[in-house]
Design a protein around this ligand. Structure first.
Ligand SMILES: Cc1cc2nc3c(=O)[nH]c(=O)nc-3n(C[C@H](O)[C@H](O)[C@H](O)COP(=O)(O)OP(=O)(O)OC[C@H]3O[C@@H](n4cnc5c(N)ncnc54)[C@H](O)[C@@H]3O)c2cc1C
Length: 277
């Protein structure tokens, strides 16, 4: 197995480095290409890997070979899970922590790569102009007085045994628009593939919590969200907290909210939207 290591350091320009690294990955003919994860490399190497049709992993803390298989190791989920993984794609670009680069390259017996000389365009050529359009409406509004949080309950089977994605989507967006509220989400909801198709107005950017954001709004209303600790820590700067949950024993009811409405959020929010006109 051919492993080539490019000991890149110093400063570089994105446009030039991307072209040079891409050519290096392509032309070295290695199955695994190592780079140290310093700021210069990290700025350009992902784009270079894409141009070279390679796959890439960054922040790798160890690489070893076992039964002819390359196994990389890195932290995931904000340093909470330590994972080992492998890829079948070739070339595989592995960007290791810079302080471990020398040790890992030596351990693997990697060949020292020499960056090729490539002439790259450093100025963007304008081929034409096209109006970008107004784009979609943003649901993240840091200046709003109210944070409205949607949880995974909006996507669960309701009392009639059916799913109500469209009704959930229109109720949430209806309220966000009428109350000019900012939209937050629990991790469970943004991680759900089936929700992604129906809830096009939210993304991982909306996730509140330990591994999400910590927004600052005067008030917060959690709906169909259980109030688990990893989610609620993201509420630490929200002053007045209310929640709507069918479960009287949900996390919010255990001292995490000022008011908990034990009720069906579909029904409550429908009524609220009617009252808002
Ligand atoms: C290390 C770690 C980090 C994490 N980081 C985060 C994070 O940053 N943010 C985050 O959100 N989570 C995080 N989590 C996950 C977290 O622990 C919970 O799993 C998640 O927040 C649960 O999401 P949920 O409340 O939307 O869904 P669920 O737990 O499935 O709760 C759905 C709720 O909806 C209610 N419900 C259903 N239908 C209705 C209805 N009609 N009306 C009213 N209520 C209804 C149910 O009673 C239930 O309480 C993390 C977990 C770990 C281990």
């Amino acid at each position: 197995m051919k492993i080539t290591a490019f000991n890149v350091s110093g400063n570089g320009i994105f446009a030039v480095d991307t072209a040079v690294f891409a050519e290096a990955i392509r032309s070295c003919g290695a199955e695994v290409v190592l780079f140290p994860g310093n700021s210069r490399v990290k700025r350009s190497v992902a784009a270079a890997a894409m141009r070279a049709s390679a796959e890439i992993d960054t922040n790798v803390t160890d690489v070893r070979i076992e039964n002819d298989k390359v196994i990389a190791q890195r932290w995931l989920y904000r340093q909470r899970i330590f994972a080992e993984f492998s890829r079948s794609a070739k070339p595989w670009v592995i960007v290791v922590d810079p302080s471990l680069y020398g040790e890992i390259a030596a351990k693997l017996g990697a060949e020292e790569g020499v960056l090729p000389a490539v002439t790259a365009e450093t100025r963007t050529k304008t081929n034409g102009l096209e109006a970008a359009g107004s784009g979609g409406e943003s649901t993240i509004k840091p200046d709003s007085a109210l944070l409205f949080v949607a949880g995974a309950g909006w996507t669960k089977k309701q009392a009639d045994g059916a799913l109500h994605f469209d009704e959930a989507a229109s109720t949430i967006t209806g309220f966000i628009g009428k109350a000019n509220a900012s939209l937050g989400s629990s991790k469970s909801l943004v991680d759900m593939p089936e929700a992604a198709a129906a809830f096009t107005f939210m993304s991982h950017m909306n996730q509140v919590g330990q591994t999400g954001s910590t927004p600052r709004h005067q008030k917060g209303l959690a709906t169909c969200c259980h109030g688990e600790e990893p989610h609620v820590v993201g509420w630490r700067f929200i002053n007045e907290r209310r929640a709507i949950n069918l479960d009287a024993n949900c996390g919010w009811a255990q001292g995490k909210a000022d008011v908990v409405y034990v009720a069906d959020a579909f029904a409550v929010m429908k009524k609220v939207n009617e009252l808002l006109g």
